[in-house]
Design a protein around this ligand. Structure first.
Ligand code: PMP
Length: 417
């Protein structure tokens, strides 16, 4: 709309890329004015059903009253930065209760930062330097993990991250034999294996049956710290994230996004014998804004809500119905749509319906063709990412499902409203 275009012009002359979070540079540009539940409104007054959810955080829906009220109430008591306060303790207690397996937790601000804390801790406790990560897995934007599966981005970042590339080995995920071979050769120089336990960032790919268990055994065999990056999967695919879903327990895990009902907060959690090193003074993890009352209050309110009123079955029902519905509507329009992944976070691209066990199979699908279509979805009032990930929230209901499928059909039919 006109107001979005005006804002875009203003933004481009003061903000490189026009938006600080870089979620999606849509053409035509869309600037948002407000959001509630599963709906966004742009500054021109048009509504969108939201499947981006800020890239995951708004699992409870936008402007969740109970969480926002808890944060406002805590702030009214003073911010208390840099001071111990009770809410921080309660937040840690509630998250650890929800997870079941972890004994200690530290709050941070972003997933990126907490990933770095976990890697640093792994180096400290093992005395080893290198870590293992997997092609297509995203762990934040800092130099030592910033390698994108996208060739252009890879080349760009290769030139910038320089020697950090030597910090890690990059393997194919879902291939336990490759990890076994690497550890046999280099195990005594490797401190940690870090992965998205479900590869959501590149394609919504589940671990093969038995894979996580085999990785767990290999890490035990070689004294390597196993880190699950549950920034997306935590409190989303189940309350206890991928650990609950697959029953394999890491040594450390990173949480973010959904943990605080949309407020900026993240955490690293894990076994006491490792995590207590943060308290020893030998391993630094800190920050002016870490463990703020807003973050803690958001986590406490979110965790209470999730405990009292578990949305996971509803979200799974919605996601499953949406996945089936999108494929059916596409088929009605003669479009072959591949929809796969978990109902709370699935992946859509053009191509035949088939199982997608790894990046190679994913790349047989038409990801670019799908990305090109997303402008039409946005034009019809569906806010979706170009890279095919759809996030579902607890605020999506029957009305949203019907409207989504109508709008999806209209976009594929080339009609405009
Ligand atoms: N890990 C994963 C799996 C993520 O998806 C993300 C963010 N998309 C991060 C880490 C980084 O988190 P943040 O953006 O909060 O720094």
């Amino acid at each position: 709309g006109a107001e979005s275009k005006r804002l875009r012009e203003r933004a481009l002359s003061v903000i490189p890329g026009a938006v600080n979070s870089n979620i999606r540079l849509s053409a035509p540009p869309v600037f948002f004015g407000r959001a509630s539940g599963a709906t966004l409104w742009d500054v021109d007054g048009r509504d969108y059903i939201d499947y981006v959810l800020g890239q995951g955080p708004h699992f409870l829906g936008h402007a969740c009253e109970r969480v926002n009220a808890a944060v406002a109430e805590a702030c009214a008591q003073g911010m208390l930065f840099g001071a111990s306060q009770a809410l921080e303790v309660e937040a840690a207690e509630l998250v650890l209760q929800a997870l079941g397996w972890a004994e200690r937790l530290r709050l941070g601000l972003t997933g990126t930062e907490c990933v770095q804390a976990a890697l640093r801790l792994s180096r400290a406790v093992t005395g080893r330097r290198k870590f293992v990560r997997f092609d297509g897995h995203y762990h934040g934007w800092l130099d030592n993990v910033l390698i994108s599966p996208d060739e252009r981005a890879r080349q760009a970042s290769d030139g910038q991250v320089g020697e950090y590339l030597n910090d890690s080995f990059i393997l194919d995920w879902n291939d336990a034999d490759a990890l076994a071979e690497l550890l046999r050769e280099h195990g005594d120089s490797i401190c940690a294996v870090i992965m998205e336990p479900v590869m959501v960032n590149t394609g919504g790919i589940e671990p093969r049956p038995g894979y996580l268990r085999r990785v767990r055994e290999l890490c035990d065999q070689y004294g390597v710290v196993l880190i699950f990056d549950e920034v997306i999967t935590g409190f989303r695919v189940a309350r206890g994230g991928a650990v609950e879903r697959y029953g394999v327990v890491p040594d450390l895990a990173i949480y973010g996004k959904a943990i605080g009902g949309g407020w900026p907060v993240a955490a690293v959690a894990g076994r006491a014998d490792l995590m207590d090193e943060f308290g020893s003074g030998r391993v630094n993890h800190s920050g002016t804004f870490n463990g703020s009352v807003m973050a803690a209050a958001a986590v406490v309110a979110t965790q209470r809500l999730l405990a009292e009123n578990s949305p996971y079955d509803r979200v799974a029902d919605y996601g499953n119905a949406l996945m089936k519905g999108l494929a059916a509507v596409a088929a009605d329009h003669g479009v072959a749509l591949n929809v796969h992944g978990l109902p709370a976070a699935f992946h859509v691209s053009l191509g035949p319906q088939m199982p997608v066990p790894d990046l190679r199979t994913l790349n047989e699908l038409d990801l670019a063709g799908y990305a090109a279509l997303t402008d039409r979805f946005v034009a019809q009032g569906l806010w979706v990412m170009r890279r095919g990930i759809w996030f579902v929230s607890a605020a999506h209901g029957d009305a949203e499902l019907d409207r989504t499928l109508d709008r999806f059909g209209a976009a594929l039919g080339g009609a405009s409203s």
